[in-house]
Design a binder for this molecule. Structure first.
Ligand SMILES: [Zn+2]
Length: 338
């Protein structure tokens, strides 16, 4: 259940909400100070589309672990081999690249809703999914669900829920941007119909319209903090003030579009500034994601809670992220580039 008691006992959170808006334009230094020493877990970020600068900034801001869901690349894939290579990169090269910045990398594997509409290809993809779902560091089936809410999307969402049950993996559900409320309800109803325990299902991209029903039905409610669309982080602060931190988690879903890989640390700072307790911040920016995806049995917090050792001499299939003689860390505040 969501935390309505806290809401009734502490209505002053609402009175502070105007203040949140007026103080939202924080600079980097101020926000870094507010969250110094905090650790963050981003359960939804597409690092394949991001740069080493992003990795470095994320590590500096306290992000110690991430989950990269399998998704659409911005244009449709034309064959099975590109799916195969993409999944391989999520459990291979991208995991290695992340490790070079001291960030533990996990992933979820699935056929995204958009490409479920290419049925001949979707059939082939379904056949190779089990080859990847059982690999080390795969913490769920995802991100799957609805985009346009077509019959084909319905079919492959259901088929992948069955795969998740068989593999005993949590499910990461992408909810549609269009007709979100209906799509979210439909995603949950189908998951229940297939006998999934809602505590194994993370419903993603929530907003104020969907959160109550998601929590009331026992699912995890994930929120994507996106500039301009989805949720801004001032709205996120209000959601946590209203519903409390239980079963709520924040992510950046940063990808190839306009997005912010530091969405979690920035939201944590804004929460701190708004008077949300450190423990509540810890739950929505770190612990709840670990509890949900940890059901996979693939997450050992000892691997990242005290930082990940960076071994710059490591290689992946003979390759490094370094060009001859480089160090992986770049001094960003220096004018001179050596
Ligand atoms: Zn995504």
């Amino acid at each position: 259940m969501c935390n309505h008691n806290e809401l009734q006992q502490n209505p002053s959170h609402f009175e502070q909400s105007d203040e949140v808006t007026t103080h939202s334009d924080m600079g980097w230094n101020e926000y870094q100070d507010l969250i110094r020493g905090m650790r963050f877990f981003d359960p939804h970020i597409h690092m394949t589309s991001r740069t080493t600068d992003d990795y470095q900034a994320m590590a500096d801001a306290g992000i110690v672990a991430i989950i990269e869901p399998a998704f659409w690349l911005g244009q449709p894939r034309t064959g099975l081999a590109s799916f195969k290579d993409y999944y391989s990169s999520l459990v291979g090269w991208e995991r290695f690249r992340s490790s070079q910045f001291g960030i533990k990398h996990y992933c979820t594997i699935g056929l995204n809703s958009r490409e479920a509409n290419n049925e001949p290809l979707a059939e082939q993809v379904m056949e190779i999914l089990p080859l990847f779902l059982y690999k080390e560091g795969v913490v769920g089936v995802g991100e799957i669900g609805f985009d346009d809410q077509t019959a084909a999307e319905d079919k492959y969402y259901r088929a992948q829920l069955e795969l998740a049950k068989e593999a005993k993996l949590p499910v990461q559900v992408h909810t549609p941007h269009r007709d979100k409320k209906r799509g979210t309800e439909r995603s949950m109803a189908i998951a229940l119909e297939h006998g999934l325990d809602p505590s194994w299902v993370i419903i993603d991209h929530n907003n104020e319209e969907t959160v109550k029903s998601v929590l009331d039905q026992g699912f995890w409610a994930a929120f994507t903090i996106y500039p301009f669309t989805k949720m801004g982080n001032e709205r996120m602060v209000k959601v946590v003030e209203q519903y409390g931190p239980e079963r709520i988690m924040v992510n950046s879903a940063a990808d190839w579009g306009i997005s912010d890989p530091l969405a979690i640390p920035k939201t944590a700072a804004l929460m701190k500034k708004s008077g949300i307790s450190d423990e509540a911040i810890r739950m929505v920016t770190y612990q709840n994601a670990i509890d949900a995806f940890g059901l996979s049995g693939q997450i050992d917090v000892a691997d990242f809670e005290n930082g990940v050792a960076v071994d710059q001499s490591q290689k992946f299939n003979g390759n490094t992220i370094l060009r001859g003689g480089q160090q992986p860390r770049v001094a960003k505040d220096s004018l001179v580039i050596r």
